[in-house]
Design a protein around this ligand. Structure first.
Ligand code: 13P
Length: 392
């Protein structure tokens, strides 16, 4: 159950003046290290997967492990698509199990950023998924993520931030007040006055990208001024690399020996941040107040009239293709009864939705309406349909 609604998770952090770590993961070692730290400190945590890192791993495969890790956790977890490039990325992220999404159109001028972000927010919200947008520009300095964010910093203005949130309906806003992605060159100057004004005007959880390299005092002031989610990656990557370098320098041979200790180093760095940001020990409060994230099974048992087995199989195959592309659909499973003679119904649809809201979105979606009206209903008069909210 510990997948929870990110809106409630960050609402709790914002109201209680602490920040949840959104740790970007690029491998199973990162996933295990982050989760170990969250469990050890009893902290809510965000497992973050950045599209800017997708060249390093297979998003679909890593998501399967990430969803499993979240579901078996005893602390509250949200799974977030970080720096999603466009609507297609967001729909894919939701399909694979993200229950929070960011679209990063911050490199575009205001109006274009607002247009893209609004479109994403409308789709994600219709599927029950909260959305983060970014206004202003957080550039990169040095490091894997940094190179994906070229150019100069552009600060977020309070006035534009208010207009942006109003125009797009985002739930969380990433702001640019002086942080950078990647390794810092010296101590960055952060504009806390600007942050305080943005927080005052918006009243929604704010997000900081480029958490690596800030001082304890800077983190404290960020959180005091409305930051409820801190994105953190480069320091984890560097901690992992230091372990590998030390192993290699010791003359250790072989993959498993050279990466030994990476998980623990990532966990130690996450623990340090979790304690600093005040999310340690908050797990039970969040579990008690945040809505659990329940998937829905939309199940249909049916018989077909006038189709042979081959035609019935084609009908299912066509449906799997069309219906699985609808936003908020996690999977479309179909099947045939194992005992052929006895059952009341011979065929099955088992369509999984990421959230209860998808019931309406799916029913009215033009692709579903077309398939149902033209292909399915004319031959499947005999059927029973039930939506189940899943326990886990
Ligand atoms: P750092 O790599 O600077 O910690 O930033 C991470 C980030 O903002 C990912 O969105």
């Amino acid at each position: 159950m510990p997948l929870v609604n990110m809106l409630d998770m960050l609402g709790h952090a914002h109201a209680n003046r602490y920040a949840v770590g959104a740790f970007d993961l690029v491998s199973l070692d990162f996933l295990e290290g982050i989760m170990a730290a969250a469990e050890q400190t009893r902290a809510p945590v965000i497992l973050s997967l950045a599209e800017s890192h997708f060249e390093y791993y297979d998003f679909e495969l890593v998501m399967a492990a990430t969803v499993r890790a979240a579901k078996r956790a005893t602390v509250p977890v949200a799974i977030h698509l970080d720096h999603g490039e466009n609507l297609d990325s967001v729909v894919k992220g939701i399909r694979l199990g993200c229950n929070g999404v960011m679209v990063d159109a911050s490199h575009h001028p205001f109006e274009e950023n607002a247009r893209i972000t609004r479109e994403v927010a409308e789709t994600a919200h219709a599927a029950g998924v909260p959305v983060e947008g970014e206004l202003g520009y957080v550039p990169g300095v040095e490091g894997e993520d940094a190179e994906k964010h070229p150019g100069e910093i552009r600060y977020t203005t309070p006035e534009e931030a208010a207009r942006f949130v109003q125009a797009t309906g985002v739930d969380f806003l990433a702001v640019s007040i002086g942080t950078v992605h990647g390794r810092m060159k010296g101590e960055p100057k952060l504009d806390f006055q600007r942050l305080a004004e943005i927080n005052e005007r918006l009243g929604i959880p704010l997000v900081i990208h480029g958490g690596t390299g800030l001082s304890d005092e800077q983190f404290r002031k960020l959180i005091e001024n409305g930051v409820a989610k801190i994105n953190y990656y480069t320091a984890l990557s560097d901690a992992a690399a230091r372990v590998i370098t030390a192993n290699v320098n010791k003359g250790v041979k072989g993959y498993t020996a050279q990466v030994a200790g990476v998980r623990e180093a990532i966990a130690a760095e996450c623990r340090r941040m979790i304690e600093l940001w005040g999310s340690a020990g908050r797990a039970d409060e969040v579990l008690a107040t945040a809505r659990a994230w329940h998937e829905v099974a939309h199940v249909i048992f049916y018989n077909v009239d006038g189709l042979n087995e081959e035609e019935a199989a084609r009908l299912r195959e066509e449906g799997r293709k069309v219906l699985s592309a609808i936003p908020g659909v996690l999977s479309v499973e179909t099947g045939v009864a194992v005992q052929p003679d006895d059952p009341k119904y011979r065929y099955l649809w088992d369509v999984r939705f990421c959230h209860e809201k998808v019931i309406d979105l799916y029913r009215d979606h033009p692709d579903h309406v077309r398939y149902a009206d033209e292909r399915f209903r004319p031959v499947a008069g005999e059927r029973i349909t039930i939506d189940f909210k899943l326990d886990e």
